[in-house]
Each structure stands twice: as structure tokens, then as C-alpha cells.
Design a protein around this ligand. Structure first.
Ligand SMILES: [Zn+2]
Length: 491
């Protein structure tokens, strides 16, 4: 080999095999830590949490507890300490829960002379069993009872002209008016928009079952009442119930909403609902809490919370993996925690990682936390909530317009490092709580809540699985949060 070519080889060798180029040497630890957050890491976390071994992470079940233990093992590996109010990582609470087993059915009986034809509906496409239904069978006539509301002070009662004793009621979700149209009026109706209220009011009126027009999705945020059997149904069942009654569903709902007058009637349709479930009244759930203490002697008493709900819907009756809702959020929280801890990023304020339980059972874990917090609300500078960041190509920031000072950190980091389409919104927070962050906002804590959108996603059904996840949007959400969080913690 000639001297010249050996020199060339040496030069080339140096470029390829020396550890890092000049640019990498100049990178701050923050940038290197940010770059360590990869879509591979995030997808690994999501795949783990969405897998069958955690059984859909319904709070109260052993599957949820295993997911919590798995998360705590990671916190320990990274040197992230526990910060539950009573010490350790876990904040326990009581939570009843219900398991749903295979073979649940919804059937319509169509009279044909002196015989009848049975129409069986399709699981997931047309119905999903009520996630807090009692076990057993109810066979009865269906009475349409509107929104299922009895509100004497509002002069409104869906049950006033119908007898539902021993019958199946068909009910609408929510209240018959738009929350953002007349906020003051909506507030009076708000208590009647809760699922638990509607179910219990149906039971109070003697109903034995319910077809809930909430769409065929799983929802364990409801009451369990002994002997009450119900199912969630979609458009096919609703239009079959209305067929031949002389009313269309659209007309009837339109009339109730326009006049704020009930429009209840016996449909003459006979249905059977059969569910196989088991109720566990003494379940125990938890929030998982870890933290990195701030370095400033004064500012370390202040905290920024990064929160994501760890729970999902369990099996109803198939596994509901909850890859997007909310394994994706937990994954993002974990990658941020890991990068901050492993790269020992200096932060003046403390940062807490709050994996909440029972979001799906009435946003309950966040209530438990706020009733007994690790840091008082006045020392909590912000709560950054992450829920459903696994599918799409855009990042939504709920309440971004409510807290412009806080949102400015996000916008700045996005302009500098990420360059994604961001969409901040105004959060009215006047409906029943549907977001952990809503409870923190009520407690006077500035919030931002992150979600991804821009592609079709599956909500509260078995199809919310890892194959639908877009890892890139998780990576960018995590990197965005990571860079903004460091600025927030040091300002
Ligand atoms: Zn959910």
C-alpha cells in the first residue's frame, strides 16, 4: 500500500470509527438526552402494557397491579424515587369493579303469527355488554325513556308518563342540551348527565334492564346495581327499536332537545339481554408516584407533575388492549422520566411522575390524589397530562389557551426542536369530568393536556391495539414534553 492511500485510509477510519463527530461533542446533555428518546423505546413500552398479561389494566384487577409493578421496576432502575403521600410508590384506594365474561347477548324478538323470529346482534359492531352490568338475563318490553332524567326543579321527568316496572329502558347519553351553548343552564343539568345517575334512576323507577344508546363501546364508569342488566348499543339496535313505532329516533331526540320536554313511550318491542359478569365490591386500586427532586434549596418544594392514566377497561369480554388509551401516554411519561434521570439533567424544581388509576372508572385516581396530594396545590406549578398520544400526526394541547404562559414553553420547544403541527385549545371544564387534568384545573393548578389526532383511531373497543399506533408521534410528543419541562423546571 502506498503511503498516500494509507493516510487516506486513516482519515476515513477516523471519520467512521472515532466516537462522535465534532457536532456531537458540542451537543448539550439535554439534546443528547432528548435524542435518546426513540420511537423504538416508546413502542416497546406500549407493546408491553397492551399485552394480554396485564388483562387490559382495569383498576382493581391483578392485571392492573402487575402493570403498576412493572412501571415501578423501571422507576427503580432509573433511580426515580417513590413520592406517594404515605411513602413508597403506591397510593392505594378502594375501587369496586366488574369482570365481563364471554357469551353475552342482545336479542330482539319479532312476532311472526303465533311464533317469533329472533334477531341476534353482533358483539362489538352492534352492541357491547355493560361493563358494570349484573350477571343474568332480562327479557322484557323496551320503553324509550329519553335521557332518563327526573329533575323536579327543572320541571322535567322522562318517566312521568311511562311505566317501566320490570321493563327494559332505552336511554340516551348526556343531557338534552349543548354544554357550550348556555353554560349557566347546562350547569343545572350537569348532575343528570352522569351515567351512574341515569342507571340508578332507571332502577329507582323499577326498570330491570337498559339498552344504552352510547354506541357499542366499553365503559366501566357506571354503577353496579344488583339485578340490573344492561348493554351498550349502536344505531342498528336503536333503529330496530324505533321501526314501526310511528316515530324516528332523530325526530324524537330533536324534539326533546328543542323543547326540553320529555318524549317517552312504550315501543312494543321485546328484547332479551344476557350478560355473564362478576362484581367485586372490595377491589383495591392505586396511583403510581415517582419523582426527581429539584436542586434549588427553595424551588425544590415546588413541583411540576407529568401525569398519564395507567388503567384501561380490562376484558369486556375480549381483551381491550388500550394501546392508544392510554399505554401511549404512560410510554411518553416513562421515556421523559428515563431521559431526565439517566442523563442527570439539572432541574431547580422537582418533577413528579403520576401514573393514575381508575381514570376509566370515573376519573377516580386523580380525585384520590388531589384529596391527599404529595405536594399542596399552591406548590404545584403545573400538571402536564398525557392521554391518547399514540395515533395521528398532529398534537393537540387542551387548555393551551387557558394558560398561555405555560403553553409558551411548549410552543418555543416546538419551534426550536420538533416542528410539529400544534393545536392549543380553550378548555371550558363545565361538563362532568372526563379528563384527569380537569380535576387539577378545578383545584386551581395550571394544566395542559396532550393528545394526538389526525388519523382514525379505535375508542374503547378491542381494536385499540399496537398495530394502530404511530410511534413517530409518540416520539415527538415525548421530546417536546422533555425539552419544555426542563425549561419550566428551571425558570
Ligand atoms: Zn379511555
Amino acid at each position: 500500500m502506498k503511503p498516500f492511500s494509507s493516510l487516506l485510509m486513516l482519515v476515513l477510519f477516523s471519520f467512521y470509527f472515532l466516537p462522535g463527530t465534532a457536532q456531537e461533542y458540542n451537543e448539550s446533555p439535554q439534546i443528547r438526552a432528548m435524542k435518546s428518546i426513540s420511537s423504538h423505546e416508546l413502542l416497546d413500552y406500549v407493546s408491553e402494557l397492551a399485552s394480554d398479561k396485564y388483562g387490559g389494566r382495569l383498576t382493581g384487577t391483578a392485571g392492573y397491579d402487575s402493570a403498576a409493578s412493572w412501571l415501578i421496576r423501571h422507576f427503580k432502575d432509573w433511580g426515580i424515587k417513590g413520592k406517594a403521600p404515605a411513602g413508597g410508590y403506591l397510593q392505594h384506594f378502594d375501587i369496586p369493579y366488574t369482570r365481563v365474561y364471554p357469551g353475552c347477548k342482545v336479542t330482539m324478538h319479532l312476532p311472526q303469527g303465533d311464533k317469533e323470529i329472533l334477531k341476534h346482534y353482533d358483539y362489538v359492531e352492534e352492541f357491547i355488554p355493560g361493563a358494570t352490568s349484573d350477571s343474568g338475563t332480562v327479557k322484557a318490553e323496551v320503553v324509550y325513556a329519553g335521557y332518563g332524567i327526573t329533575a323536579p326543579e327543572l320541571g322535567y321527568d322522562d318517566y312521568k308518563d311511562v311505566d317501566v316496572d320490570g321493563k327494559i329502558v332505552m336511554l340516551e347519553r348526556e343531557a338534552p342540551l349543548n354544554p357550550s351553548e348556555d353554560t349557566a343552564l347546562f350547569r343545572k343539568w350537569k348532575p343528570y348527565s352522569f351515567h351512574q345517575y341515569k342507571l340508578r334512576n332507571a332502577v329507582r323507577h323499577g326498570a330491570a334492564g337498559m339498552l344504552y344508546n352510547y354506541g357499542p363501546i366499553v365503559n366501566p364508569n357506571n354503577a353496579y346495581e344488583e339485578g340490573f342488566i344492561y348493554s351498550h348499543v349502536g344505531d342498528t339496535v336503536v333503529s330496530d327499536v324505533f321501526a314501526g313505532t310511528g316515530h324516528t329516533h332523530q325526530e324524537v331526540v330533536g324534539s326533546i332537545r328543542k323543547n326540553l320536554e320529555p318524549f317517552s313511550f312504550s315501543t312494543g318491542k321485546k328484547f332479551t339481554i344476557t350478560n355473564h359478569t362478576k362484581h367485586f365490591p372490595n377491589g383495591r386500586g392505586s396511583n403510581v408516584i415517582g419523582y426527581i427532586e429539584g436542586s434549588d434549596p427553595q424551588l425544590k418544594d415546588e413541583v411540576i407533575i407529568v401525569g398519564a392514566h395507567l388503567d384501561h377497561l380490562g376484558r369486556c369480554w375480549e381483551l381491550i388492549p388500550g394501546a392508544n388509551d392510554n399505554a401511549s401516554g404512560v410510554a411518553v411519561m416513562m421515556s421523559v422520566a428515563r431521559a431526565l434521570a439517566q442523563y442527570e439533567i439539572p432541574m431547580k424544581r422537582s418533577v413528579m411522575f403520576l401514573a393514575l388509576g381508575a381514570e376509566e372508572q370515573g376519573i377516580f385516581g386523580s380525585k384520590v390524589y388531589l384529596d391527599n396530594p404529595s405536594y399542596p396545590p399552591e406548590k404545584t406549578s403545573a400538571m402536564l397530562n398525557i392521554d391518547g398520544v399514540g395515533v395521528g400526526n398532529k398534537i393537540g394541547v387542551t387548555a393551551g389557551e387557558n394558560h398561555p404562559g405555560l403553553y409558551a414553553f411548549i410552543e418555543k420547544a416546538n419551534d426550536q426542536y420538533i416542528h410539529r403541527h400544534l393545536n392549543p385549545s380553550t378548555f371550558l371544564n363545565n361538563t362532568r369530568p372526563r379528563l384527569d387534568a380537569a380535576r387539577f384545573m378545578k383545584a386551581g393548578i395550571p394544566i395542559l393536556s396532550f393528545y394526538a389526532y389526525g388519523a382514525p383511531s379505535v375508542y374503547h373497543q378491542p381494536g385499540d391495539d399496537v398495530d394502530k399506533i404511530t410511534p413517530e408521534i409518540m416520539e415527538e410528543t415525548a421530546q417536546l414534553l422533555f425539552m419544555s419541562l426542563i425549561e419550566m423546571a428551571n425558570q
